[in-house]
Design a protein around this ligand. Sequence first.
Ligand code: DLL
Length: 429
Amino acid sequence: MTNLFFNQREETLSREELKTLQNERLIRQVRRVAARNDFFRKSFADAGVDVDNFAGLADLDKLPFMNKITFREQYPDKMCCVPKTEVREMHMSSGTSGTPVMMLYTANDLDQWAECVARCLRMAGVAEHDVFQITPGMGLFNGGFGCYHGGRKANCFVIPAGPGNTPRQLKLMQDLHTNALLCVVSYGARILEVMQQQNIQLPDLKVGIFGAETFSDAMKEHLRKGFGIDVFDIYGMTETGGIGTLGQDCCMHDGTHVWEDHYICEIIDPETGKVLSDGEEGELVITSLTREAIPVIRFRTGDLTHIHSREKCGCGRTHLRLAPISGRADDMIIVKGVNIFPSQIEQSLLKIPGVLPEYIITIDDVAGVRKVYVQVEAQQNVTGYIVSRQLKEDLGFAVDGDVVPPGTLTRSEGKAKRVVYKRDGEVVK
Ligand code: DLL
């Protein structure tokens, strides 16, 4: 267990200091975006916000929400709050509707991003000069470049491997003595699988940092045991500036520390928009305090979680901790009145000895009746009956389980698509 800091002073500010800083920065940000951008000015005016007399944290709940649709409507740069000459980089997520979400960065935004990622690296025990292998794509997806900027800032030796070619990935890890590996969760599972098949030893690997997908405890355990390393859960999204901007868990593994000097977290009831108390599960809403080009003000992330603690952590950090993301509001599957998330199915499957973390969930509405079918890879000792029984026990309704041999399902190098929706047997989304 190694607990390092990248910016000890900021990471350990007292709650009072954090609150004062957030208040000042929030007032400045609200005034700045209203002065510089028509979209923000109009949306504040429509909500009746008096920007000149905006009181900061006390008035936070008066500000209107924004969401992914806002980004799509304002594509590509209608929310930009700086002159074009100040924009240095862009990233974008393709999303599901086909209209991309675009994020622009000034030089200061890139530096802020790098700082957030560098804090995450140190928090995971990645020291200066450690060898840091980056497997998310080095392109429009924020995952690759965010690690690159952060790894440079943290003075690591960076390997910008990008995704795919798993045997070469493992060879690089052996030849260059990789100490820390960062992957989209499902690609981490793929690297582990090939490592085990080829009986490769990685004695220098000490840390694995994974994210971009819901990350069940069972999957964390699978990667921790399989690689024999400490496993961390890194969080962030295109709209807040990318990977690591919303923090990560520390060596105590007791929640995700969100960098509160840069972001305000609220949890709301996704139905009513009401702000919930700590501990209550709801949708995470984020306000970015220091981003210049495209800040978010009360951005509804769609991610479901709760505030786990605002107490000082055993690692010394004071920034609040979120529970791991349980799912996205739009990923929730309702079957016979029961709400479940794909991560619960994963958690249940991985309890069965011999099951591999490769599965497809099919939701088929047959003549108006919803049926759930799970296909999972497993060793010979596991049968469809065993899978169905475990799922029934954990989820409370009947699920058709089907076991296929290891290596049957297509492996993912980026975010895995694990749920298929059908209507009367035809794929719908
Ligand atoms: O996925 C950023 C990222 C890259 C994070 C690599 C971690 C590692 P987007 O493509 O914009 O950005 O997707 C953001 O992914 O709203 C969550 O639903 C999900 N997500 C990201 N990290 C986690 C995590 C990147 N640690 C969306 N746990 C978010 C659960 C996550 N879900």
